[in-house]
Design a protein around this ligand. Structure first.
Ligand code: VGL
Ligand code: ZN
Length: 361
């Protein structure tokens, strides 16, 4: 643990008080290259990590594995230390994103049907009250300055494949464990297609233009918020706000986030184990760092909520309570797991650029 009285090199960049630029990166290298040999060795790098990964008052303790992975990802020539050039190349983008992330809040499906209507979560197996997300989300909106706020909406046509009431519209496939006659809400069935489609059946919900599809009126919606609708194709469901479940069609979400230079995505809303979770997993596939707001999400099934949280964390997301959000958005609290995500993305981007150089198209 770092001695608390030593001043932290990175403090001056918190809340964008000073924009971290290349000159600062050079200063940073000088500061941590204590023996002035033009390299950060393992010990010097460890000191940098200790200042960098700090919650505003205390340094996070990194595991040996985390330290080693970071060094391996950022040390381009794999000589076990970081040269000045490696630092100014790779580490600049790494530090920049850790110190000055650009954050979007994605509010998932806080619609009447999930809170008070046909698919009210309180009537689902976990018995969680969807209304509970509203004060948590409103307080985050009041206190945290996001670059962008996105509201997603489940937005189904009346003949949607996911509605149990529509089970007779499409033939079942022979592999369906449940017969067309017996199938009911929450069963998973298989439709013949094409393509053959496994589908969980839900009560009719979020029909385009209906009261159930409206965002709950108690939820705050700041000016300049953006709306993304999903599940519009009658023949395929869409749990992620990026893709339909067959990954055939994309929504406009990734373009919206990229256009706003978003690096970090904060997720809240319903249902934790369905649309919130799948949106988070896809966000990481698109190179965004993901933070799930545990106290601002409610789900369908306890077991699948726990499974989803584990999947998100295994892939690199962090799960926190809303009281922590402000410090992370401002770059005052810098959790190592997010720093690792950035390092993986920086290394991946370098590989892609290098491959293009070798195989020009
Ligand atoms: C959702 C079930 C069916 C969700 C959407 O928004 O999580 N869940 N459709
Ligand atoms: Zn739906």
């Amino acid at each position: 643990m770092d001695s608390p009285d030593r001043d932290n090199f990175f403090d001056k960049f918190v809340d964008r008080k000073k924009i971290f630029d290349k000159q600062d990166c050079i200063q940073c290298f000088k500061r941590f290259d204590v023996d002035r040999d033009g390299f950060l060795d393992k010990k010097e790098f460890r000191q940098l990590l200790s200042d960098l990964f700090c919650d505003g008052s205390q340094s996070y303790k990194l595991t040996e594995d985390q330290e080693q992975e970071l060094l391996t990802l950022l040390d381009q020539d794999q000589d076990g230390k970081i040269s000045r050039n490696e630092f100014l190349g790779n580490c600049f983008y790494w530090l920049k994103q850790i110190l000055q992330p650009t954050s979007a809040l994605i509010v998932v499906d806080v619609q009447n049907d999930f809170l008070d209507g046909n698919l009210a979560l309180r009537n689902c197996p976990a018995g969680q009250d969807g209304l509970g997300v509203i004060p948590a989300i409103n307080s985050v909106l009041d206190t945290v300055n996001f670059e962008l706020v996105v509201y997603t909406r489940d937005w189904h046509p009346a003949d949607h494949i996911s509605f149990a009431d529509n089970k007779h519209i499409r033939p079942f496939h022979s592999t369906s464990q449940i017969s067309q006659k017996e199938a009911k809400v929450h069963d998973t069935v298989v439709f013949e297609g094409p393509p053959v489609t496994e589908q969980r059946l839900w009560p009719t919900h979020c029909v385009q233009g209906s009261w159930g599809a409206e965002i709950h009126t108690d939820l705050k919606v700041p000016d300049n918020s953006v709306f993304v609708d999903k599940g519009k194709n009658p023949n395929v469901d869409s749990y992620s706000a990026f893709w339909d479940n067959n990954k055939q069609a994309q929504t406009e979400l990734v373009q919206i986030l990229s256009k706003n230079n978003i690096t970090d995505v904060y997720l809240c809303g319903v249902a934790y184990d369905v649309c919130v979770g799948f949106t988070g997993l896809d966000a990481m596939d698109h190179g965004f760092r993901v933070v799930a707001l545990d106290d601002a999400c409610r789900g369908v099934h306890i077991e699948s909520i726990d499974e989803m949280k584990t999947s998100l964390q295994d892939k690199g997301a962090i799960i926190i309570n809303t009281c922590k959000v402000k410090d992370i958005v401002e770059g005052c609290d810098r959790p190592p797991k997010l720093g690792l995500q950035t390092a993986r993305n920086v290394a991946l981007a370098r590989t892609l650029v290098n491959n293009n150089k070798v195989h020009p198209t």
